[in-house]
Design a protein around this ligand. Structure first.
Ligand SMILES: Cc1cc2nc3c(=O)[nH]c(=O)nc-3n(C[C@H](O)[C@H](O)[C@H](O)COP(=O)(O)OP(=O)(O)OC[C@H]3O[C@@H](n4cnc5c(N)ncnc54)[C@H](O)[C@@H]3O)c2cc1C
Length: 408
């Protein structure tokens, strides 16, 4: 049994993803002894995977818009996001030698466009702060005496515990949501996991899927009901994926669960009005096929022209064609599963934690990052909230310890 020290308080952080490592850094910087326990052979595998896409750390949009991305969880997360805002995350990355830049979309990335240099510098800093990292340690719950129990039988007693076990997407990277049953057994309400920021199935024709899987739809606007999202989407064999569709994915997921399918409309030339498109299409182009006319007169890519055809034969007149360009219908029939979703919805319910993310039923135990029940689109909002909740939980843990010391 590893015992909590009587001199310096001991924090056990479980899960070496960004949320756990950041909580560990804050607690160690405040003078605590800290050990991070991680089931995988190495730290932060999902963070490294996020680095393959450039590591979109956060977003530069003003606070009102930024906070709105958290939907129903906005007011829950707002205090922690204001206490640790995007500028603070950028300054932190800068301090680790990973200076950031803002892309044309407003997304913020490290200049190196990957996670590994930042992670290396971060782990070195944690080592300098005296944080111990113990890979290959799978947490299984608590024993009868309240000590943390790990596979293999080791028990660890901690003064405070930070659970940073992640959600349930991409389980092969380590976070599989298996902790949910352990917490439910303690009476903690955990909302079931659902895929978030994942692709959707579309019943493409074999010809379209075969020819265009992997083709990007750049600069399109996707519309679903009153919602509109400008950005990129990618045609895949199974359907559609990419940032624009991920941004609508929470609403689409709920609509499919309710109605069995969701119809979106793709505006293939958002920067041109329907009337302007129709006027261009009215100009005579003798001897040209319709596909060529659409490419030359309107600048549509082959994938865009063929996407229009997926909804049925192309309309004959200029007005009909312009209408189809502005609103090519696509029926989404299912969402991809958790195995390849970028994040998950669901997790520890909001009412279960206090303002410092301490579990009300388990005093001294905090929960941070994606294991909490919030969701957000891609764009840097996921990592930002992981860091912000970890920051708030570390402050909460220090407050709890301060109060205990005051009572002693
Ligand atoms: C392909 C991909 C690309 C992404 N790109 C971006 C991006 O560009 N920007 C962005 O904001 N977000 C991105 N994300 C999402 C982001 O990576 C996650 O939101 C973030 O990693 C969650 O951090 P976390 O610390 O809460 O959980 P995780 O990173 O999942 O870490 C949890 C850790 O806990 C460990 N663990 C779980 N159970 C146990 C147990 N019982 N015992 C011990 N250890 C355990 C896991 O092994 C894991 O290491 C991406 C995700 C994916 C999959």
């Amino acid at each position: 049994m590893t015992e909590a020290s009587t001199s310096r308080p001991f924090a056990a952080v479980i899960g070496a993803g960004p949320a756990g490592l950041f909580a560990a850094e804050r607690l160690a910087a405040a003078g605590m002894r800290v050990c991070v326990f991680e089931r995988m052979p190495s730290a932060a595998r999902k963070f490294l995977m996020a680095g393959r896409g450039g590591l979109n750390l956060t977003h530069s949009e003003p606070p009102a818009g930024f906070l709105g991305r958290y939907g129903a969880a906005r007011d829950w997360l707002e205090p922690s996001l204001r206490a640790f805002p995007p500028e603070a995350l950028r300054a932190w990355a800068d301090g680790l030698g990973a200076a950031t830049f803002t892309g044309s979309s407003g997304r913020v990335f490290p200049k190196a466009m990957k996670a590994s240099p930042l992670l290396r510098a971060w782990l070195a800093r944690l080592n300098d702060l005296g944080v111990t990292l113990r890979p290959g340690m799978t947490w299984q719950g608590w024993d009868r005496d309240g000590a943390l129990r790990f596979a293999g039988g080791e028990a660890v007693r901690a003064d405070v515990t930070v659970l940073a076990l992640g959600g349930a997407s991409w389980p092969r990277l380590g976070a599989d949501g298996g902790w949910a049953e352990t917490l439910r057994a303690k009476g903690v309400a955990v909302t079931p996991f659902r895929a978030a920021n994942a692709g959707f199935d579309v019943a493409w024709s074999a010809r379209f899927a075969g020819r265009f899987a992997g083709a990007p739809l750049n600069g399109v606007t996707l519309r679903f009901g009153a919602m509109a999202q400008r950005g990129e989407a990618m045609v895949t064999r199974y359907g559609l994926e990419g940032g624009a569709i991920y941004a609508l994915s929470a609403a689409l997921r709920e609509a499919i669960a309710r109605d069995g399918a969701a119809d979106i409309h793709v505006d293939l030339r958002p920067e041109m009005s329907e009337a302007a498109l129709a006027a261009r299409l009215r100009r005579p182009m003798a001897g040209q096929s319709l596909s060529n006319v659409l490419r030359k007169a309107v600048g549509l890519s082959p994938v865009a022209v063929n996407l229009m055809r997926e909804a049925g034969d192309l309309p004959r007149g200029a007005d009909g064609l312009a209408a189809r360009i502005k609103a090519a219908p696509v029926r989404l029939t299912a969402m991809q599963g958790l195995a390849r979703a970028i994040s998950s919805a669901g997790g520890i319910a909001r009412d279960e934690v206090d303002e410092g993310f301490q579990l009300k039923r388990l005093p001294g135990v905090f929960a941070v990052g994606e294991m909490l029940d919030w969701e957000a689109p891609t764009g840097g909002y996921l990592l930002q909230a992981c860091f912000a909740t970890a920051h708030a939980a570390a402050s909460g843990a220090l407050k709890v310890l301060g109060a205990r010391a005051g009572r002693a």
